[in-house]
Design a protein around this ligand. Structure first.
Ligand SMILES: Cc1cc2nc3c(=O)[nH]c(=O)nc-3n(C[C@H](O)[C@H](O)[C@H](O)COP(=O)(O)OP(=O)(O)OC[C@H]3O[C@@H](n4cnc5c(N)ncnc54)[C@H](O)[C@@H]3O)c2cc1C
Length: 446
């Protein structure tokens, strides 16, 4: 089907804008070793941060990736770092059956403190490993989609400020123009301790750091089976077998038939992004004057920011919950973008792409053990900081002989309450359509 030339630029490519600077590849790839102390499945932020931490502490760690390194979400995302305070429903709702008797409010606070620490970890990694990834602590603006959403913001900001050092301030609708050249929202919260980076350059930097530290990196090697118990696993791959004392599953939205028990506790959801052509300098500078990342409160949300050089809008959202062609998601996102910024009508798309994130039933990320396998999974759309953090935590758990230092290890990975669910989310188109209808209804009511 021909692309709509009113929307798509003649130079349009259906792949991530970020890949212009760093494309998934096989640099530093080695053969699969016959044995390793720790074998890690998946080469995104979670797998690489675990490998880096293990290798720096003298363990032999081997990352096994079925595609090119970084083929998953870690080179495709928006690069927004929420300092983890974006704990989804967990921040105001219930983290499922997770609390195991611990006082619920205290647990939430511990999770929030640790989540805020994920940003400190990224900052440390970027500095220590000298990663050039346009890391900037520019803060975040969370826009209220309805007046009712805005009503909860004061309490939310107070909770964030009481528990973390994230620095949250509520802005009324009349004040929000200081943050965003749009009247779309009913006010918002500015969260100072929040950042952005170039996701593919950050991934490249982590990969190089893991390599320098001595981790083995195997590309284009699919793990097809894991047998045995902790201390003595045999891992079958498309390139032969490897013995491993410990295994870490770091496959997030790409978790498949290899680990059916984990797969059926995750809901893989597509997320989509477009990059616009370069904008006129004064228009580009006016859209998000303080360079913040932007997110919002509807069920089907958008998240966006300017490109690291400040010239383009990078606009993401769950235009559809399933993988659709980049031309389809691109057109939908363009409409969402111009709903927020009518001044971008006529601006063309140069890149459109998608990736998979993993949702959990409690909207929280998880680390734990299943059948002796370690895992860190369930980004719920916000995994740049949190899955780097939990990858590091899983590694520390192994280094400390099984002792975990994180409240996230106390949470059970809850079941998805859909009968016979096996990890293939047939219900997503219906849920996505229903959520979009609910969002529209909520706006219309006002
Ligand atoms: C479009 C989009 C926008 C996003 N925006 C943001 C954002 O702005 N901020 C934020 O915090 N988060 C964001 N996220 C989420 C974030 O990108 C993810 O949480 C994070 O990258 C997950 O990292 P990971 O290492 O756990 O998994 P991934 O990077 O997804 O890596 C998993 C890897 O496992 C591999 N794999 C799977 N099965 C096997 C197997 N059997 N054998 C070998 N390898 C296997 C896959 O090939 C894949 O490379 C976004 C995600 C997407 C898709």
């Amino acid at each position: 089907m021909a692309l709509d030339s009113d929307l798509f630029h003649p130079d349009y490519v259906p792949e991530p804008y970020w890949w212009e600077a760093a494309r998934p590849g096989t640099d530093h790839a080695t053969d699969l070793p016959a044995s390793t102390e720790v074998l890690i499945v998946g080469s995104g932020y979670a797998g690489l941060s675990a490998a880096l931490e293990l290798a720096r502490n003298g363990r032999t760690a081997t990352v096994v990736e079925k595609d090119r390194f970084g083929e998953g979400a870690s080179t495709r995302n928006g690069g927004g770092l929420s300092a983890g305070i974006n704990l989804g429903k967990g921040i105001s709702g219930t983290p499922g059956q997770a609390s195991k008797g611990e006082d619920h409010a205290k647990l939430i606070e511990r999770l929030m403190v640790e989540s805020a620490a994920s940003l400190d970890l990224i900052e440390t990694l970027v500095a220590r490993e000298n990663i050039h990834c346009h890391f900037e602590k520019t803060g975040r603006f969370l826009g209220a989609y309805t007046a009712q959403h805005f009503e909860g913001f004061q309490a939310k900001a107070e909770l964030i400020n009481r528990v973390t050092d994230a620095g949250a301030t509520v802005l009324s609708r009349a004040e929000q123009r200081a943050e965003i050249a749009s009247d779309f929202y009913h006010g918002g919260i500015v969260i100072k301790k929040s950042a952005k980076l170039h996701p593919a350059l950050f991934h490249k930097g982590l990969l190089e750091a893991a390599h320098r530290a001595g981790a083995r990196l195997c590309a284009e090697t699919e793990v097809s089976g894991i047998e045995g118990t902790a201390g003595n696993f045999t891992v079958r791959t498309s390139r032969g077998e490897c013995k491993a004392e410990q295994v870490i599953i770091a496959t997030n939205g790409y978790t498949g038939a290899l680990t059916p028990g984990l797969r059926k506790r995750l809901i893989p959801v597509a997320s989509h992004i477009i990059a616009t052509e370069k904008l006129p300098a004064d228009l580009a500078a006016s859209l998000i004057p303080h360079g913040r990342t932007i997110s919002e409160t509807p069920r089907v949300l958008c998240y966006y920011r300017m490109s690291p050089d400040g010239t383009r809008m990078i606009y993401g959202g769950r235009a559809r919950f399933t993988q659709v062609g980049p031309d389809v998601s691109g057109s939908l996102l363009h409409r969402m973008m111009t709903d927020r910024f009518p001044q971008l009508k006529g601006t063309k798309i140069t890149h459109s792409w998608s990736g998979l994130v993993a949702f959990t039933n409690d909207f929280l990320p998880h680390m734990g053990q299943e059948k002796g396998l370690h895992y860190c999974l369930g980004c719920n759309g916000s995994g740049v900081g949190m899955l780097t953090y939990l990858g590091t935590q899983v590694a520390q758990r192994i280094l400390q002989g099984g002792r975990a230092n994180t409240a996230y290890a106390t949470l059970d990975l809850p079941k998805v309450p859909v009968p016979f669910y096996d990890g293939r989310p047939w219900f997503l188109p219906v849920v996505g359509g229903y959520y979009r209808w609910l969002d529209k209804r909520d706006r219309r009511r006002e």
